[in-house]
Design a protein around this ligand. Sequence first.
Ligand SMILES: Nc1nc2c(ncn2[C@@H]2O[C@H](COP(=O)(O)OP(=O)(O)O)[C@@H](O)[C@H]2O)c(=O)[nH]1
Ligand SMILES: [Mg+2]
Length: 405
Amino acid sequence: MVAGRESKPHIGIFGRCNAGKSSLLNFITDADVAIVSPEGGTTTDPVAKSYEILDFAPVVLIDTAGVDDFSPLGRERVRRTMEVIPRIDLALVVYRTWGDPERELTGRLVRSGVPVIAVRNCQTGEVGPAVRPSWDGTSGSVPAGDPQGVDDLPDGVFRIAVPAVGGDASQRDALLAMIRRVLPEKSYKVPSMFAGRVAAGDRVLLVCPVDSEAPAGRLILPQVQAIRELLDLHAVALVVQPGEIGRVMSGGDAPRLVVTDSQLFGEVTREVAGRAEVTSFSVLLAAAKGDMKLYTEGLAAVDRLCDGDRVLVVENCSHQVSCEDIGRVKIPRWLCGYTGAALEFTTVAGLAPLPDDLASYALMVQCGGCMVTRSQLQNRIRQAAAAGVPVTNYGMLIRKLQVEK
Ligand SMILES: Nc1nc2c(ncn2[C@@H]2O[C@H](COP(=O)(O)OP(=O)(O)O)[C@@H](O)[C@H]2O)c(=O)[nH]1
Ligand SMILES: [Mg+2]
């Protein structure tokens, strides 16, 4: 199966201009992916490339611009480079000599909770065919005899020396082995929507409306993921539009679990009338990838909203905006209706940074995050929590507004 980006670990390659970042990307992928040149500032926008690490997992490698580019355009490039940090599961910091830019960068990555491998771009042959055999890859330890082994790495930072140009297969393997070891398991283990609640043979009803917002000719990702997971579990997936719920629920062998598009929470709950548990794709994703505890606490803030409060709607993917758009039209309408308050809404689409004045929001509402990695979703939750902003999830909010009103 070709995995989507949302289930691939993202690895950022950082360092000064000319440190050999683009060369390292080409070395890892054994291909001419990124432009390499002695000219500083060759890599401008972050470049992402999917790559399969043999016997492991497909990953997304992101090449970035140098962090020491202080020209006017360079500042913009550095800003974009920094925006990569909340998107990744692991960082490679490439250096020739370790200095202030590397210290600052590594500190920033560590503070953001990103695991770091410091990759010294050495001369071919300088460190033998691979990492020194005496070094077992334990973080913080300096490979014996490495003349430029740096002592002031923060705790938890791994290190390796490889030539970004002209390295051999064993050096590539050593680096890949370290990447494999350092990548957190949660970055490649696909989170389960149904673990613990659905067993082989169970019948699960999926309510998938085909309306003006549905893409032509296909299902949306959470629906596809749910069907696939139910097949993996050898459960029985029944897929209907809302109008056909009655046909399935009236029989003797009615499903005990109904998963609906969140927008129909109220309608579907009434129709099912207690004969099965009703949840939504977004709520299942919240449990699998998000943070139920924070989302549940955040939901309580809805009842405290008052006139003039600002609500941040975070979409995580960018899609074409329809006239009945869930994040821009429906959630604002339902939330104002429920609270009776004149609220002010801001929408963030895709992986754009959250607003600088995040702390001024009274509530943040995130979609299920089907298109982004768990780290990317969790990062946004962490940012809201750090700014003291209650955060909840689309499906959980809509259930409150439609079912518990
Ligand atoms: N000989 C040698 N040249 C290298 C090595 N790494 C990078 N270079 C050269 O240094 C220049 C900058 O490399 P590049 O990968 O574009 O650096 P970036 O700015 O960090 O992306 C290019 O001319 C590369 O060919 C290396 O390990 N050995
Ligand atoms: Mg480059």
